[in-house]
Design a protein around this ligand. Structure first.
Ligand SMILES: [Zn+2]
Length: 176
């Protein structure tokens, strides 16, 4: 099972970030069935991996599409995932309870897509892709001033600065 380069984001981004680039190749964490099981339990789901895998792949593709091309036609794909569940409201002991009812295996995918909509509503401008041109990871910028650019300062931030420095040195050398 490969090691994910970045964790700790809200659920929809945790799902999208199960794909990343390594040395120019796209890595898919979910190619490994055990990894899907690990992702589910880390995110508090008890669904069986074998039921949840395909819905998760569908939700992940729809979410990445929506994030990569905000004005594209991803809404229909997101709604197709949401069609697999609904929220039931009930009053119990005087307080309102929301219960999600989802088709077998669809709860994790449904939850990720519904939380994506909530995240955008709350903080659209702070959901961003890492600024490194070769990185496809997304993050929710919770920094105070909202100027975070990298999924990680230690990897992508440092890599970008090193490359910029290298280019500067090269173009200076070329001038002489
Ligand atoms: Zn990055």
């Amino acid at each position: 099972m490969p090691t994910r380069p970045h964790q700790g984001e809200p659920l929809p981004l945790e799902l999208v970030n199960t794909e990343w680039m390594s040395r120019g190749e796209r890595v898919d964490f979910f190619e490994d069935d055990a990894a899907v099981g690990q992702w589910l339990s880390e995110n508090g789901f008890t669904d069986r991996m074998s039921d949840a895998r395909l819905p998760l792949l569908e939700a992940r593709a729809a979410l990445r599409d929506a994030l990569d091309r905000p004005t594209g036609g991803a809404e229909a794909r997101l709604n197709a995932v949401l069609d697999h569940g609904s929220v039931r409201l009930q009053i119990r002991a005087g307080s309102l309870e929301r219960r999600v009812e989802a088709d077998p295996g669809w709860l994790p995918a449904w939850t990720a897509v519904s939380q994506y909509a909530e995240l955008l509503e709350m903080d659209r401008d702070r959901v961003r892709q890492c600024a490194h041109p070769e990185c496809v990871l997304y993050f929710h910028d919770t920094s105070r001033n909202g100027t975070r650019r990298w999924h990680s300062m230690e990897t992508c931030g440092a890599r970008f600065k090193a490359q910029r420095h290298y280019r500067r040195v090269q173009s200076r050398d070329a001038a002489f």
